[in-house]
Design a protein. Structure first.
Length: 149
């Protein structure tokens, strides 16, 4: 959804913005994340060992799933008139369910808060990453962004 200005964002507090497109999490993406972070735990990078592990296959790192919210968010919330946008942090992050390799995920987004800050607004969104076919989400994050105009 596209918003023209801070007032439009404020008017959308409490609104669900819909869902992103589905993305498949493959082993190559998991391996690249492991290389980038140094987290090479076998449940992520050893498909043979992971077959007999607690999830029956390798799983994405929780922080990989969290990071992918930045891939999805622009599909759901766009503010083309903003001169800059920054990730300001997160108020709460949870990983209720794993993302097995080969799973498809998407994200839903709701605007929780919009508050004035010098030069712009601070926007808190609840971003929920769903795994296709799962009853539980993979990640729920109340993300904080700042948009400047």
């Amino acid at each position: 959804m596209e918003f023209d200005d801070a007032d439009a964002l404020k008017a959308a507090v409490g609104q669900h913005l819909g869902y992103s497109e589905w993305t498949t999490i493959d082993q190559e993406r998991i391996d690249k994340f492991a290389d980038a972070t140094g987290d090479h735990q076998w449940i992520h990078v050893d498909p043979e060992r992971a077959k007999s592990g607690p999830f029956g296959a390798t799983i994405a790192h929780g922080y990989l799933t969290l990071s992918i919210t930045n891939l999805f968010l622009p599909e759901l919330l766009a503010v083309p008139n903003a001169s800059a946008g920054i990730n300001y942090g997160a108020n709460k992050v949870r990983f209720p369910a794993p993302v097995q390799v080969g799973s498809r995920i998407r994200m839903g987004c709701e605007i929780l808060e919009v508050d004035d800050v010098p030069g712009g607004v601070q926007v808190v969104t609840r971003n929920t990453v769903e795994v296709e076919g799962s009853d539980k989400p993979a990640c729920v994050v109340d993300a904080v962004s700042r948009l400047f105009f």
